[in-house]
Design a protein around this ligand. Sequence first.
Ligand SMILES: CC(C)(COP(=O)(O)OP(=O)(O)OC[C@H]1O[C@@H](n2cnc3c(N)ncnc32)[C@H](O)[C@@H]1O)[C@@H](O)C(=O)NCCC(=O)NCCS
Ligand SMILES: Nc1ncnc2c1ncn2[C@@H]1O[C@H](COP(=O)(O)OP(=O)(O)OP(=O)(O)O)[C@@H](O)[C@H]1O
Length: 198
Amino acid sequence: MTKVIGLTGGIGSGKTTIANYFAAMGVPVYIADDEAKKVMQSASIIKQIKTAFGDFLFENEILNRAKLAEIVFNDADKLSQLNAIVHPAVKQDFELWLNENKKYSYVVYEAAILFESGRYKECDVIITVTAPEEVRIERVVKRDNTTREQVLSRMKMQWNDEKRISLSNFVINNSNLKIAKEEVVKILKILNIKQNQS
Ligand SMILES: CC(C)(COP(=O)(O)OP(=O)(O)OC[C@H]1O[C@@H](n2cnc3c(N)ncnc32)[C@H](O)[C@@H]1O)[C@@H](O)C(=O)NCCC(=O)NCCS
Ligand SMILES: Nc1ncnc2c1ncn2[C@@H]1O[C@H](COP(=O)(O)OP(=O)(O)OP(=O)(O)O)[C@@H](O)[C@H]1O
């Protein structure tokens, strides 16, 4: 049976960068943030978001993500409401994807909130990607052209590294990408995953 590697880390730690390296090494990767974006374009999810948050978030059925972010990352109850709409749909989508990739011995499920959502319980191996908080803030401000305050408001809704690490099998320090990639190679060896495994 295909084993699932849960790959997580706080905002800006470099999870997606590391996940892409797993993909380059031949391990299929599911990026939950990206898939959630697709799932949120379905009529059923749009309807549920409208009911919970209001029509004003949409223009021609297109969700204004920045407006929704402003609401949910400043109100934990609203974020829980949104998570309750989106997460079951992402879970279902992942299960279909996993079924399509069942010839592989391992796949990677990359998600920022692997622990917060409880999904870590369904993973066989858990990897946390870390980087100092200030570095993470700087990376996201630069990547998203956003503000420090906006990054901090997301961070506040996420677990800290100490908690993540306590439940992880491996930790990848991504202060330096070259060293982080070497860590990936080591993990592949430990798990006996051959490049382009199937
Ligand atoms: C509020 C939304 C519309 C903002 O969209 P936006 O394009 O600005 O951000 P994006 O989705 O690309 O996420 C960027 C980062 O924000 C953080 N973040 C996103 N969702 C969450 C969340 N539910 N809890 C904590 N942090 C989160 C993560 O670090 C993530 O990597 C969006 O984040 C969302 O719909 N979130 C709820 C669904 C969800 O949990 N998606 C993540 C994977 S299932
Ligand atoms: N080791 C590194 N050194 C410098 N920049 C990096 C490093 N790793 C990633 N980055 C850059 O930092 C930014 C954040 O990386 P990435 O998008 O992979 O993080 P993430 O953890 O997936 O973030 P989010 O939680 O927002 O999805 C990107 O612009 C990426 O190119």
